[in-house]
Structure formats: structure tokens, C-alpha cells
Design a protein around this ligand. Structure first.
Ligand SMILES: *[C@@H]1O[C@H](CO)[C@@H](O)[C@H](O)[C@H]1NC(C)=O
Ligand SMILES: *[C@@H]1O[C@H](CO)[C@@H](O)[C@H](O)[C@H]1NC(C)=O
Length: 332
């Protein structure tokens, strides 16, 4: 599997030598959001969720989901965490919407959609893994401009010319058809306050480096002094069925819209609920695993594909829809 390491070296700044990179297939598509709308069956917008099957409308931080889940869609079989993002739709000229399917990333083509997940340790010292009850989100669902999404630094899109394209990231949706799909990239903050497992906005207990970036070894701010792994999602949206320009808006704009009613792409966001078994993630960080990780156990992508949940929100999310799920309006 040496070529994967070559690929990884090409994808990341040269100072980052170790990382976990693995596939998690889709678990369920449904309008639940246990972080932002706990207990609400039918949260405002549709999500795609991956990871362990203890995902639920409410997720009590005092409970250990790694002992409640009976399977996971992730190939590292100790990982029962949940990860989720919004869902991409195509808006036709006649105003109806169709869900854009997801597909497996390079080397994970067998995955039933889902995401590629990375955890990268600090290279210059100790990395403190997330622990039971930890959760966070990144991005601002209401952002519709570069100015308001710039604080997140590293929430971007890659217009895939080929499945291997890794350059030309933009903060808003690509403006031209992408021959191999659109990849959404979500890099989470890498510094923790060392105390709080969550916060009211699910963000202020973590921070980006005080200067530079994780990739350039930027130091953590004094308010958030504890280096945590860089959590990174890559989500490949298979837009290839919608690349015919004769289907695109007549005003020259691009046709894709997020399930929360964002046609700009600036409101992209992702959520995380930690759920690794015991100290398995800490061990993987301490061992500086690179792609393969002997201190962890793995399952095949095919086995990950078998882990699914049924949507607990009865509604149709496919076909040509006259409204986005939840009647979510498009807002600017
Ligand atoms: C979700 O929570 C409800 C209520 O606590 C429980 O009955 C149900 O089994 C949970 N579902 C899963 C998949 O854990
Ligand atoms: C709307 O447009 C889509 C895509 O062109 C088409 O498949 C669908 O049949 C249209 N629906 C109606 C009601 O015209």
C-alpha cells in the first residue's frame, strides 16, 4: 500500500508525517441533530451521518456510545463516533430538487457513500485525543459570504477534475461543472481549552492555532493550550449526473444547494461526537500511525457498508422534490 503513503505525503504539508486516514460509509440520512436540536425529531435540515449505530435524536454526553453501538460504518472497528454534514441537492430549472449521491474517495471506492476521515497528531509534541463526552461542530449554517466564513479558515471545496485532484480549493461552490464530482473539505480546530467537553455553541471550547495553521505547526493560543488531533472530513458528492450545462440556471449561476438552503456554499459545516472505544484513539495518536495502524483493529469496507440505521423521520428525501426536506427555504 506504499502508493497511499506517497499520496498522503503529497496531500499534506511535509511536516505532517503521521495520520489516520480511513473510510466510514453512510449510516443514515435523516433530519436529526443531537447537538444543535437535541430531542427534536425533525430537525430543520437533512443530514448525512456516518459512524456507530448508537446515533440518536438525543445523545447524552455521560453515556459511552462505544458500548451502546453494535456496529460502525468505519473501517477502524473501535471507532463508534458519529460524524455528520448537510446533504447536497441539485436545483433544476423548473425549481425542483434532487439529492446528489455520495461516492467513496480514492482507494475507498467500495464504500456506500459516507466520508473519508482523518485524525492527524501534532508532530512537535504530545497530542491529547478526544475523550468520552467530547463533541464539537465547525462552520456557520447562516454564513452566505466569504467574510463570515473566513473565521473557519479551512472549510473548502475541491472541484474534482479527476478523483485525485487536491488543488484549487475554494470557500464557495465551484462555478463550473466538475468532471469527477465536488469534494467538501472540513478541517476542525486543533487546540482545546483542556477543560470543557462541549460548549453552548459547540465551538468555543476549541480553537484554531494562534497563528499559522496546524499544517505549519502554528502554536495553540493561551486560552486553548492543549493540542488535539486535527479531525478532517472529505466528502465526495457525485455531481456527475448533473454536469450537463443545459440543465444549469440560465443566469449563469451554479445549481447546487445545501439541505439548509445555501446556494453559495459558504455555510458548510460539520459535526462530531466522539465515540472511540476506551483509549484506542490516544494509542493511535501516541503511535504516530500512518494510514495503517497496528494498534487498532480494522474491518472491511464491505462490513462497514452493512451497518445502517433506518431513518426515524418519515419523509421522502429522493425523487424530484418541490421543496427541500423540512420545507427549508433557500436564504441569502
Ligand atoms: C434512541 O433513544 C431511544 C430513547 O432513549 C431508545 O429507545 C432507542 O433505542 C435509541 N436508539 C438507538 C439506535 O440507540
Ligand atoms: C423538472 O426538471 C427535472 C430536470 O430537468 C425533470 O426531470 C423533471 O421531470 C421536471 N419536473 C417537472 C414537474 O416538470
Amino acid at each position: 500500500m506504499q502508493w497511499i503513503q506517497v499520496l498522503a505525503a503529497a496531500l499534506f504539508a511535509p511536516n505532517v508525517y503521521a495520520l489516520l486516514r480511513f473510510s466510514c460509509s453512510g449510516l443514515v440520512l435523516e433530519r436529526l441533530d443531537p447537538l444543535v436540536n437535541p430531542g427534536v425529531n425533525g430537525s430543520p435540515h437533512l443530514h448525512q451521518i456516518i459512524g456507530g449505530n448508537a446515533f440518536n435524536v438525543s445523545m447524552d454526553p455521560a453515556k459511552d456510545i462505544s458500548t451502546m453501538a453494535t456496529c460502525t460504518t468505519c473501517t477502524f472497528s473501535q471507532d463508534f463516533s458519529n460524524y455528520w454534514t448537510a446533504v447536497l441537492y441539485f436545483k433544476a430549472r423548473n425549481g425542483t430538487f434532487k439529492r446528489v449521491p455520495q461516492k467513496g474517495n480514492v482507494n475507498f471506492e467500495a464504500a456506500n457513500g459516507g466520508m473519508t476521515i482523518y485524525y492527524s497528531p501534532e508532530t512537535s509534541g504530545k497530542t491529547t485525543a478526544f475523550q468520552k463526552g467530547f463533541r464539537m461542530l465547525i462552520g456557520n449554517v447562516n454564513s452566505r459570504s466569504k467574510a463570515t466564513s473566513s473565521q473557519f479558515r479551512q472549510l473548502t471545496y475541491t472541484c474534482l477534475q479527476t478523483p485525485m485532484t487536491r488543488s484549487g480549493e475554494t470557500m464557495d461552490f465551484p462555478t463550473a461543472p466538475c468532471p469527477s464530482g465536488i469534494m467538501a473539505n472540513l478541517r476542525f480546530p486543533t487546540c482545546w481549552d483542556g477543560v470543557n467537553l462541549d460548549s453552548v455553541d459547540h465551538m468555543s471550547h476549541v480553537a484554531y492555532p494562534a497563528s499559522g495553521t496546524f499544517e505549519t505547526n502554528g502554536p495553540c493560543p493561551s486560552t486553548h493550550p492543549v493540542p488535539i488531533p486535527q479531525l478532517f472530513f472529505e466528502v465526495v458528492w457525485d455531481t456527475t449526473g448533473f454536469n450537463d450545462k443545459s440543465l444549469w440556471p440560465t443566469d449563469g449561476s451554479q445549481p447546487f444547494v445545501w439541505s439548509y438552503g445555501d446556494a453559495t456554499g459558504y455555510g458548510t459545516h460539520g459535526d462530531y461526537v466522539f465515540g472511540w472505544k476506551g483509549d484506542s484513539l490516544q494509542k493511535a495518536m501516541d503511535t504516530n500511525c500512518n494510514i495503517n495502524c497496528p494498534v487498532l483493529t480494522t474491518q472491511s469496507i464491505a462490513d462497514g457498508n452493512k451497518c445502517t440505521q433506518k431513518s426515524s423521520v418519515p419523509e421522502n428525501i429522493d425523487g424530484w422534490l418541490t421543496e427541500l426536506p423540512g420545507n427549508m427555504p433557500i436564504t441569502s
